[in-house]
Ligand binder design. Structure first.
Ligand code: C2O
Ligand code: CU
Length: 463
């Protein structure tokens, strides 16, 4: 259970200068390109923390630097690997060139220690995205290799502030070091993944947004956790969801201020701050019966005079919003089995039928259509432009955050939104429909990193 406040006896030393967020300026290299350097290092999560936490980071920052790139134009991000192990960067949710998707062994070779790779991104869609390691992500992403990427609209709705809240979940020991002994724990892998005991907001124990009464802010929520589903509760009464997984949706209020974000999912809100000067309002993560204040709006003494209340909040359409799903689909069924209490007897792994005991010994616990890990042949191979209907059957005892690379889909349970990650409850079935319009080899996997590592991953090919 998360027990941040008692868990770590934080020192009371005065706040040190170097706030970890945002680290925008130093990411951009001369000539407008970004440089993203992965390395092992140390950060202070809490001010006054005795010994800094050993992590892996991008540009010495947890989360990685906030990258902002324009819509429809190419941006270059030079990735340099200073880790002592190979890595790649995946640009989650972005409909980009397959060769830039960052999947080792599928879209590119792993970037070896000391090597570089130039990612060229020409995003057709504006919105809130994120990036993370896609090599042993159950380890590298958990160690800190994740950050937020914003593709700016040419004409965004007018707001007074544009805020980012990246929420992560860590498993620390008493000295605030990563609990490394439990990496690879088969128990975690066969249950809900590696759940932590410490939540961070933008790399800190909590985030405070200094605001003024009467302001309108855009708040971009990102769940960068390995496995934890974030159930958020916002105290502000005037909220509208304007985008999900980066893509604009018709503005609507979240039910009771509650927003659920599975690992990998994002939500953009427009918030009209209607509290009084001096007030605070909370953003909480609800875990079981506990609610943890992860962030807050802290109202200053002033009041915003010229309020934006009359200006529109809907985001401009992305090209994706103009896409219409046809009536005819190629239908594929994906049955997801395995995990603790799932009753899976066995499955095919590396071309051989194995029983569950054998699989577990090899660190595997999940299958899709009876196959563990990537099959040699894709789940489906379709011509560019084919409409695909993925019928997902979550036939096991666990929720899964299913992510499709390179494409957004319409989920029959949430037909108003183009999403890239869909949370299926235990036993649930959902149908995800999309147009396979981007040539290449693309993954479909559970974004609980440990579930993917333990077998819940497949792929499709667009020719
Ligand atoms: Cu963010 Cu393959 O994932
Ligand atoms: Cu899963």
């Amino acid at each position: 259970m998360i027990d941040r406040r008692n868990f770590i006896k934080a020192g009371v030393a005065a706040a040190c200068g170097g706030a970890l967020w945002p680290f925008v300026p130093q990411a951009r290299a001369a000539g407008g390109a970004y440089e993203l350097i992965a390395a092992a290092g140390e950060v202070r999560i809490e001010d006054g923390q005795q010994a800094p936490t050993r992590v892996m980071h991008y540009n010495q920052s947890i989360p990685g630097p906030l990258l902002r790139i324009p819509q429809g134009r190419e941006s270059v991000i030079r990735f340099r690997n200073q880790l002592d192990e190979p890595s790649t960067v995946h640009w989650h949710g972005m409909r980009i060139d397959n060769a830039m998707d960052g999947v080792p062994g599928m879209t590119q070779a792993p970037v070896a220690p000391g090597e570089e790779f130039e990612y060229r991104l020409t995003p057709p869609d504006a919105g809130t995205y994120w990036y993370h390691s896609h090599l042993r992500s159950w380890f590298q992403q958990d160690m800190g290799l994740a950050g937020v990427l914003i593709v700016d609209e040419a004409e965004p709705p007018r707001v007074d502030r544009d805020l980012v809240l990246a929420i992560d979940d860590w498993r620390f020991d008493e000295a605030m070091q990563m609990d490394t002994a439990s990496f690879g724990s088969m128990h975690d892998w066969a249950h809900g993944g590696r759940l932590g005991n410490y939540l961070t907001a933008n790399g800190k124990p909590e985030e405070t947004f200094a605001v003024a009464s009467g302001e309108r802010v855009r708040l971009r929520l990102v769940n960068t956790a390995n496995a934890r589903i974030m159930n958020l509760l916002l105290e502000e009464p005037q909220l509208s969801i304007v985008a999900l997984d980066g893509q604009p949706v018709a503005p609507h209020e979240p039910d009771g201020g509650r927003i659920r974000l599975a690992p990998g999912q994002r939500c953009d809100l427009i918030v009209d701050l209607v509290g009084d000067p001096g007030q605070r309002s909370r953003i909480e993560v609800v875990v079981g019966e506990y609610a943890y204040e992860i962030a807050r709006f802290a109202y200053g003494p002033e009041v915003r005079r010229q309020q934006l209340l009359d200006s529109p909040i809907a985001l401009p359409d992305n090209p994706l919003n103009r896409l219409r799903l046809p009536g005819d689909f190629v239908n594929v069924t994906m049955v997801m089995e395995g995990g603790a209490m799932g009753g899976m007897r066995g499955a095919k792994y590396q071309g051989r039928e194995m029983d569950i005991r054998e699989l577990v010994k090899l660190g595997k616990a999940w299958s899709i259509n009876g196959i563990v890990d990537l099959p040699d042949e894709p789940l489906i191979r379709v011509e560019r432009g084919t409409a695909v209907s993925l019928h997902m059957v979550n036939d096991n005892a666990w929720p899964h955050a299913m992510h499709v690379h390179g494409h957004h889909f319409i989920d029959d349970r949430n037909p108003g939104a183009w999403r890239d990650t869909s949370l299926l409850a235990r036993g649930e079935t959902r149908t995800l429909r999309f147009v396979a319009d981007n040539p290449g080899k693309w993954l479909i996997h559970c974004h609980m990193a440990e579930h993917m590592a333990a077998g819940m991953v497949t792929w499709f090919e667009v020719t």
